[in-house]
Design a protein around this ligand. Structure first.
Ligand code: IPE
Ligand code: IPE
Ligand code: MG
Length: 244
């Protein structure tokens, strides 16, 4: 709660804090390489950073934190690296089952989880079941085997297959996305110096503010989050309208 205290106003006009922050957790590999460590050590450090930043967002009163953990393209990496990332996810979910009530952050997994190991799928189901009973305003969405294009294609197919579907409009299609019922991200942060979207939240980020920093994700601190939010607060969001 260093800078802003609890959220007083929601995003939009007179914005105080973003309701929904999304982060592309990038730079783990380079962080490790700089230290002469294997890339997997960078992912372990990045997972720690996520724990810290999720708690910080809860303290700030951010309603939704959506992080990109593993993309539909990340399967191109070595089997060793992929399995290390899945191992970290497993550890995180096991821990969440223990600590979620204390931490009071609701957790959701966004992405095509059908191809994950049965063990991971079981853990995801258990974590999402705890979900329902938590009294918290903060939800952390972990995007795993997530791709923005894949999400849109799946949404169209699900809409098509749903006998109760309405007329196909933007609002209607949104109901079939992984983020159904959630507000769009107000702020998308990408650390590590890359300035691209890499297939993250393509539909939802139509009017998001973007913040880029050279800091590598494992080095990202609460101070970096304060800076990103401060930058966001200075933005003039017009949504295609005119300056007020
Ligand atoms: C982000 O860090 C984590 C994943 C994509 C899983 P990277 O592993 O992409 O790190 P860099 O970009 O190689 O430094
Ligand atoms: C995006 O980072 C995916 C995640 C952070 C999980 P990448 O490192 O995979 O993206 P590119 O390849 O640099 O675009
Ligand atoms: Mg990367």
């Amino acid at each position: 709660m260093a800078l802003f205290g609890r959220q007083e106003k929601t995003a939009g006009q007179g914005t105080v804090l973003p309701r929904h922050i999304a982060i592309i957790m990038d730079g783990n590999g380079r962080w490790a390489q700089k230290r002469g460590l294997p890339r997997t050590a960078g992912h372990a450090a990045g997972a720690e950073t996520f724990r810290r930043i999720a708690s910080y967002c809860r303290d700030l009163g951010i309603e939704y934190l959506t992080v990109y953990a593993f993309s539909t393209e990340n399967w191109k990496r070595s089997a060793e690296e992929v399995s290390a990332i899945m191992g970290l996810l497993k550890k995180y979910l096991e821990e969440a089952i223990e600590k979620m009530r204390r931490e009071n952050v609701r957790i959701r997994i966004l992405g095509d989880t059908s191809v994950l190991s049965p063990e991971l799928r079981e853990l995801i189901a258990r974590v999402e079941a705890i979900d329902e009973t938590l009294d918290t305003r903060t939800q952390a969405n972990l995007c795993v085997n997530y791709g923005g294009r894949d999400e849109i294609v799946r949404a169209v197919k699900a809409w098509q297959a749903d006998p109760g579907h309405g007329e196909l409009t933007e609002g209607e299609l949104s109901k079939y996305l992984y983020t159904a019922g959630m507000p769009d991200p107000d702020l998308v942060i990408r650390p590590s110096g890359e300035e691209r979207v890499s297939n993250f939240l393509l539909w939802q980020s139509a009017y998001s503010e973007f913040y880029f920093t050279d800091t590598l994700w494992p080095d990202f601190t609460e101070k970096d989050m304060d800076r990103a939010i401060e930058a966001f607060r200075k933005r003039d969001r017009r949504y295609g309208g005119v300056k007020k």
